[in-house]
Write a protein that binds this ligand. Structure first.
Ligand SMILES: C[S@@+](CC[C@H](N)C(=O)[O-])C[C@H]1O[C@@H](n2cnc3c(N)ncnc32)[C@H](O)[C@@H]1O
Length: 272
């Protein structure tokens, strides 16, 4: 159980922070790496439905503006037709989600996963960097598994205790926010174990460029704002100095290493 945030808090956070998230994505190869990893893992076990006339049903839980949703759907559509549902509680994010690909039928739903009532099962469900914002992980995962067809696939991804996560965990308490520790992949692994869900676990490395911060650019300060959920200008001067001191050893490469964890779960009678 993640007791750090409520879905209402996370909705407000993301309605305000879309441009901050875009800025974050522009500083990292994380999105490309995640999509490549998911497709490479998925391909050998694509259900026979892909490539047949029946549509492959894909749900992305917490799609945001759909950078990864559409990249994954575009690849699957090369094999066969696909129905995509992008679910997110942020209407502003969903409003930006559009596809020009006529082979992809796309529906958006503005709701949290907890409130969403799907009316069909899915061949594939992904939830990428979304579970930080969910409160009851066991309930969320059980619901995802119950929404898969037999043989369907669930991908859950969260940050491991990597350099970005350690940075956040160092400064969240100093900023006296309600969120003091970022939930990470190890907590997800523990939850899956305690639920008795069999999962294959992977890690995927990426790099977050912080050169703009060293160069004193606005986009660099926005990166810190996204990570610490506080505008840089609203951070006390002594904490700003501590942030600079913390990041100084990274000046040479000007990157923080990211290592995302992925749990890959195939629904069978045992996993649900
Ligand atoms: C860090 S973004 C990740 C977006 C996208 N999955 C990606 O990897 O690019 C987290 C997303 O989760 C959404 N979110 C927050 N709470 C949620 C909930 N309870 N159910 C579903 N999505 C949620 C946010 O609105 C936001 O778009």
């Amino acid at each position: 159980m993640n007791k750090h945030v409520s879905s209402t808090q996370s909705k407000l956070l993301f309605d305000k922070s879309i441009s901050l998230f875009d800025n974050f994505l522009q500083h990292t190869d994380q999105a490309d790496n995640a999509v490549q990893h998911i497709l490479a893992t998925l391909k050998p076990s694509f259900p026979t439905k892909v490539g047949s006339d029946e549509k492959f049903a894909y749900l992305d839980v917490g799609s945001g503006s759909g950078v990864k949703t559409l990249a994954i759907a575009e690849q699957i559509t090369k094999i066969g037709p696909i129905d995509v549902i992008a679910l997110d509680p942020s209407q502003d994010s969903l409003a930006r989600l559009k596809t020009d690909n006529p082979a992809i039928s796309l529906e958006t739903h503005c709701a949290s996963w907890e409130d969403f009532q799907p009316d069909r099962p899915f061949d594939l469900i992904t939830s990428i960097h979304t579970m930080y914002y969910m409160k009851d992980w066991e309930a969320a995962i059980s619901k995802m598994l119950s929404c898969l067809v037999q043989g369907g696939t669930l991908f859950l991804s969260l940050r491991t205790l990597d350099e970005v996560c350690k940075f956040k965990n160092t400064f969240f308490p100093l900023l006296a926010k309600q969120v003091t520790v970022e939930p990470d992949f190890s907590m997800l692994v523990e939850t899956l174990k305690s639920m008795g869900v069999r999962a294959e676990l992977f890690t995927v490395p990426s790099s977050l460029s912080i050169q703009d911060f060293f160069d004193g650019k606005e986009s660099g300060y926005q990166l810190i704002e996204f990570l610490l959920r506080t505008p840089y200008s609203a951070i006390a001067k002594d904490t700003q100095a501590a942030i600079e001191e913390y990041l100084e050893p990274y000046r040479d490469g000007a990157v923080l290493k990211q290592i995302d964890g992925f749990a890959y779960i195939v629904r069978d009678d045992q996993s649900c």
